[in-house]
Design a protein around this ligand. Sequence first.
Ligand code: GLY
Length: 370
Amino acid sequence: MTDIVHVPLGDRAYDVVIGPGLVKAADRHVQPFLARPKVWIVTERNVAALHLDTLQGALSGGGIASEALVLEPGEATKNWDNLQHVADWLLSEKVERRDIVIAFGGGVIGDLVGFAAAIHRRGIRFVQIPTSLLAQVDSSVGGKTGINTAHGKNLIGAFHQPALVLADIAVLGTLTPRDFRAGYGEVAKYGLLGDADFFAWLEANGPALAAGDLDLRQEAVRRSVQMKADIVVRDETEQGDRALLNLGHTFCHALEAATGYSDRLLHGEGVAIGCALAFELSARLGLCPQEDPSRVRAHLADMQMLRDLRDIKGDLPDAHTLLDLMGQDKKVIDGQLRFILARGIGAAFVTSDVPRDQVRNLLSEQLADR
Ligand code: GLY
């Protein structure tokens, strides 16, 4: 059974199709979008080894020819060089305005290929086939595309909505447990930011979902994508509410920078720690019930996820440096740090009104506890 979440954005509206076996059925889903029976796939080596034959086999079974460009896996791929590489490839392949490019991989591939599609011949349509949990519940939906530069992550990019998203739940079975759990950080984020019932559902079902239950995985992806779609429709270009999706991210971005965007801390792991810190800060500021931060951490513990600064291996800089790193965040306006805080589980809001001392104290205490 597949679920469909429609993202009603006028002439940029699209469906997110969610269910097992969608890669094998890609021809049927992609066919209605084709002006001619050929597509161009951009993917990375690990995903290609596991799933590219299945995708290309399905397409050719449906009479659709395909060419594939295989990049190196990892965050470092999302750079100027690879943007140029993909852009040149699309030109050398003579991809036309009405053609479709498929981004087949996790968030790195989705963001890079989405951006290449946004600028190729001033914009062509692309299909996201996200293969990581993080990409299925977050980055493949909502049209944020871009690359990292020496100045920071995702600072160069464009809003460019996909024409279709195929979230194949069965593909999640090939993720490492660590990658799956990192993606789960973004799932928990949705419950924490806007849906207390969903968070309670995750408390009840999270462990079985992590153990591999496909129906529970599909339900978690469906509810996450529905929440994301609702927020994106309210605020496509992040003038307001969309910033709620960044719950935990101000802390996370500083921690990712402090750990050199390395394997020491995956993005979703940083989001989970950042959510726990955001609730701790909210409780200290008297905004949310005192028991909420413990409840957040208890759930992350049940899911065997990182939740405190002490869970990050190796050295971390001091609280001053972490605060400075937060100052690089895209959400800074007029030099003011903006945080997503919460009045309770499922009730996040955006604020610039956070005393720096309180943030510094919280970080210092957690660092001293390492
Ligand atoms: N990942 C946050 C957003 O799409 O706005």
